[in-house]
Design a protein around this ligand. Structure first.
Ligand code: MN
Ligand code: MN
Length: 306
């Protein structure tokens, strides 16, 4: 099997069956390096739903996905064998069952010696993925977390697990190393100042949009902890300003631009990326696929880190 995107010269970009980056769909038994997969679940959202439709939307806009990274001077799909591995099974009306299915699914991906990018899904889906990663690598991992929100919030409506609490659980369950965890794109308003207590107590590196604007991308990224050893990236699309990503569940004004995010990705130094996800894209709230294309672009920048 050849892991090359379908040619836009042979089959125009608006044609053909939609897969991530027009790559072949392949079973885990095939010989490739990185699988892109969908996690269509949004049962953990507290406000606007719709992220369950993100995997199929990102496949659709993958018509405009291209292989050559100009800034890096690299043809990504020439250096790396990437496949669309289909979607993770989910249960739309049951989070507990969904969490079990997600953990089992990503354990099978990792056991097949594949690295992956998961296209969510709301941010509650990251926790069972991190559980699988932690089990597979046998140690807590570094976490690079793009988000407007801290996602360290307490239980909501009596429910511990929702899209705003994955980061707290990941720290409390020992899935990630707080000393090499960075949160990028944060901004207010918060529900209260106490929301910051958890990240301060655990000495997590937090990076606000203000800091990035005042100090620039290069100086900001230079101050990050070193990402040696196994690392995971979770990219919540609401790190972007709603002008750049209106299609999301809980938009926060005053965010990053898609260009700033590209520059941050290009400045990051990651020794060993195990997996990544792109979450919180809600296509029903999008306009002209602005947010979906930004999500696709994040997947592309992530692929460059493998
Ligand atoms: Mn989030
Ligand atoms: Mn968020």
């Amino acid at each position: 099997m050849e892991f090359k995107p379908m040619s836009g010269r042979e089959f125009p970009r608006f044609s053909a069956v939609k897969t991530f980056f027009r790559l072949p769909q392949a079973p885990l038994s095939e010989n490739f390096d990185v699988g892109i997969t969908g996690v269509p679940y949004d049962g953990g959202v507290s406000y606007r739903p719709g992220a369950r439709f993100a995997p199929s939307k990102v496949r659709e806009v993958s018509s405009l996905g291209r292989a050559y990274h100009w800034g890096r001077g690299v043809d990504v799909f020439a250096k790396l064998k990437v496949a669309d591995i289909g979607d993770c099974p989910t249960v739309p009306i049951d989070m507990k069952q969904t969490y079990e299915k997600i953990e089992k699914y990503f354990l099978s991906v990792l056991a097949a010696d594949k690295r992956f990018v998961a296209v969510g899904g709301d941010h509650s889906t990251t926790l069972p993925i991190l559980r699988a990663v932690r089990k597979h690598v046998g140690e807590p991992v570094n976490l690079i977390h793009f988000d407007a929100h801290l996602d360290t919030y307490p239980a909501a409506w009596g429910q511990e697990y929702h899209h705003g609490s994955f980061a707290r659980h990941a720290v409390e369950e020992g899935l990630v190393k707080p000393a090499s965890m960075v949160q990028i794109g944060l901004r207010g308003p918060l529900a209260s100042g106490e929301d910051l207590d958890f990240v301060k107590k655990n000495k997590i590196t937090t990076v606000t949009v203000d800091e990035i604007r005042e100090n620039g991308v290069g100086a900001t990224v230079a101050k990050f902890p070193k990402f040696t050893g196994p690392t995971y990236i979770t990219y919540d699309i609401d790190c972007l300003d709603p002008a750049f990503a209106p299609g999301t569940g809980t938009p926060v004004p005053g965010g990053l631009t898609t260009y700033e995010v590209q520059k941050i990705f290009q400045a990051l130094k990651i020794e060993r990326l195990i997996g990544a996800d792109v979450v919180e894209l809600s296509p029903p709230y999008d306009h002209s696929d602005i947010s979906a294309l930004a999500a696709l672009d994040a997947v592309f920048e992530i692929l460059c880190h493998f």
